[in-house]
Ligand binder design. Structure first.
Ligand code: ADP
Ligand code: MG
Length: 606
């Protein structure tokens, strides 16, 4: 009688199932496979929900039910949990003297206006010998505002408007002046203070207020004060209009937290210390000097110290280890530019600051897979056993890729970690698990583009971009033009969009397409090219990558439209044959571990 067996791989992100039939003669036939999102932290009883779902999905495809399965094989999941966090190296400091506001879509007039701030309703009582920048709050509409300006004999050099009415006012006044509108927090601007506004011509960006020395000149700043307004000038680069107001001293207090140092403790060597503000390359160089990392710590009261303790707290909540046993075993640092809110800003301005993003990995105690197997048996009534080590199983599965041969290296590009294994002819394997994988890339995209939307960031990672240039065509990031018979939704007109299968998803950001694509590509490269090299080096004989002759890529991130090419390009320098897995010729880079589980138990007739 034939029997049905299932291999189940519980990953950080995905639970994958492989279903096979063993016929009366003992021959193995692969029948079906499936994958669902892992429920809960891997290795915990919460996984059972996902296991059941994945089994039902896989069995449904061949018209079978759970009761017909005679055995389940679970993998000895690698006891690693990956997490990511990010901290800026520097904090933007904007002290006492300045407030800013800028970047409406429709400013009006052109040029630079300098004067004292004054509410428009007080023009009557204003002096004749002063220059004024009038402030027009929501309550005063454009007709009223234009009337007040036209009737006044005072010297008005510019206007700041709370509503989106700059053009409407400009069209009705008898003189020309720069007008900036959409200044959301107009009430925060103090009256009677020196201010400068600038509006650039169409298609141009402000020149004076984005230059620290021009601001210093306009406001007669000292050298020290000039240093402190640099973030302001930076946040105004590329905008079409700007407002800078000198505010009374002490309004915005300076605060700064040191970036801090990382301390890398090794099992049997000296500790290494590295300052975070030396950047990612230096951090990674120090890490690579420490072969057996025992733990990584950050200074107390520093940015990195706070980040590491937050991370440990979080991992502690999700893992089964005691807090003092949480040890960071690997870390991946990446240099990034992140948008930071400018303090004292009038319209939510941000400044780009250099930062380091870090993904860390914690090694837990051995995950209690036996307990999980027992619980699976109780929940489903099917005998379940823990059948093999994840890395070896992945290699066995990957080996079903036509054209691959032993000794075989695999790179498992997952969600939480990048794993590598080297399987020798005699069946022994060497494996490593490194911090940083697919989820880290998604986070890098989310943060650097200031999206606050992880699912949009995930889409940006997975699909190409395009610019909607008219209602009937889009220009893809490759430069190619694609036409449509039906008009596109006006909602996407003029926007940068993600081309997701049949859908165009608009990205609500000011960033240009090239910038978004660049951030996407560099995130992928920084994470996976770097990790591929680190991981292969660690499993290779004598840590020499050139001793490896072929590499099969497996895991969810091997489905990416760019990552495999990037790795291939890099490894070609070392004469290594590398390609995406074709597990069983039908699964692509997916299902390697689940397939390996069955092969390891039942032999390799397929
Ligand atoms: P794990 O083994 O850790 O559970 P997986 O092998 O399932 O992880 O990989 C999950 C990762 O793969 C996620 O970060 C996800 O974003 C990524 N991923 C899945 N499909 C694609 C795709 N088509 N393109 C790019 N990345 C993908
Ligand atoms: Mg996996």
């Amino acid at each position: 009688m034939e029997k049905i067996v299932a291999g189940i791989d519980i990953g950080n992100s995905t639970t994958e199932v492989c279903i096979a039939e063993i016929d009366a003669a003992g021959n193995l036939h692969f029948k079906s496979s499936s994958g669902v999102s892992t429920t809960g932290t891997k290795g915990t009883l919460e996984n059972i929900k996902g296991i059941k779902e994945a089994l039902n999905l896989g069995l449904g495809k061949i018209g079978k039910s759970i009761q017909e399965v005679s055995r389940i094989y679970l993998n000895e999941a690698a006891p690693v949990i990956g997490d990511t966090a990010m901290e800026t190296i520097t904090e933007t400091i904007i002290t006492d003297s300045t407030m800013i506001g800028h970047d409406p879509s429709t400013p009006s007039g052109e040029g630079l206006g300098i004067g004292e701030t004054l509410w428009i309703t007080k023009l009557d009582t204003a002096a004749y010998d002063k220059d004024y920048i009038v402030m027009i709050p929501t309550e005063i509409d454009y007709i009223e505002a234009a009337k007040l300006i036209n009737e006044s004999k005072k010297h008005i050099t510019g206007a700041i408007v709370q509503n989106d009415e700059a053009v409407l006012i400009q069209n009705r006044i008898n003189r020309s002046m720069p007008i900036v509108d959409e200044v959301k927090f107009i009430e925060r601007i103090p009256e009677g203070m020196p201010a400068a506004i600038e509006v650039a011509g169409t298609g141009r960006s402000v020149q004076s207020l984005s230059n620290p020395y021009s601001i210093a000149n306009l406001f007669k700043l000292t050298h020290e004060e000039t240093r402190r307004i640099i973030p302001i000038a930076k946040s105004l680069i590329g905008t079409r209009s700007a407002v800078v107001v000198r505010t009374p001293n002490g309004e915005v207090k300076e605060k700064m937290l040191p970036a801090g140092k990382l301390r890398i403790e090794s099992e049997n060597g000296p500790c290494h210390e590295v300052a975070i503000d030396q950047g990612a390359d230096k951090i990674m160089a120090e890490l690579s000097k420490t072969p057996n990392i025992l733990n990584v710590e950050g200074d107390n009261g520093s940015n990195i110290g706070n980040m590491i303790s937050r991370m440990k707290q979080d991992l502690y909540k999700r893992s089964l280890s005691a807090m003092d046993q949480i040890r960071i075993k690997d870390l991946l640092a990446v240099d990034v530019l992140v948008p930071i809110d400018v303090k004292g800003a009038l319209a939510g301005e941000v400044s780009q600051e250099k930062a380091v993003a870090v993904a860390a990995m914690v090694k837990a105690e051995r995950l209690p897979m036996e307990l999980l197997a027992q619980a699976v048996y109780e929940a489903l009534g099917i005998p379940a056993e823990v059948a093999g080590v994840e890395a070896v199983m992945a290699s066995l599965g990957a080996l079903t890729t036509r054209g691959s041969t032993l000794p075989l290296a695999i790179l498992d590009l997952g969600g939480g970690s990048t794993d590598a294994a080297l399987l020798q002819n005699d069946g022994t394997a060497q494996a490593v698990h490194l911090a940083g994988a697919g989820r880290f890339i998604t986070m890098l995209i989310n943060t650097q583009l200031n999206l606050n939307n992880l699912s949009l960031a995930e889409d940006i990672k997975r699909y190409p971009l395009a610019k909607v240039e008219s209602l009937f065509y889009i220009r893809l990031e490759t430069g190619e033009v694609k036409f449509f018979k039906e008009p596109l939704s006006p909602k996407v007109f003029g926007k940068v969009v993600v081309c997701k299968e049949k859908e165009l998803i608009p990205i609500e950001t000011k960033h240009r397409l090239e910038k978004i694509a660049m951030i996407r590509k560099s995130a992928k490269k920084d994470v996976f090219v770097q990790n591929a090299l680190r991981a292969l080096r660690q499993v290779a004989k004598d840590h020499d990558i050139r001793t490896i002759s072929n590499v099969v890529l497996v895991g969810g991130s091997a489905l990416d439209f760019e990552i495999p090419h990037m790795i291939l390009e890099e490894l070609s320098y070392y004469n290594i044959v590398v390609g995406k897995g074709e597990v069983r010729g039908t699964e692509g880079p997916r299902n390697a571990v689940a397939t390996g589980l069955i092969l390891s138990k039942v032999g390799s007739v397929w």
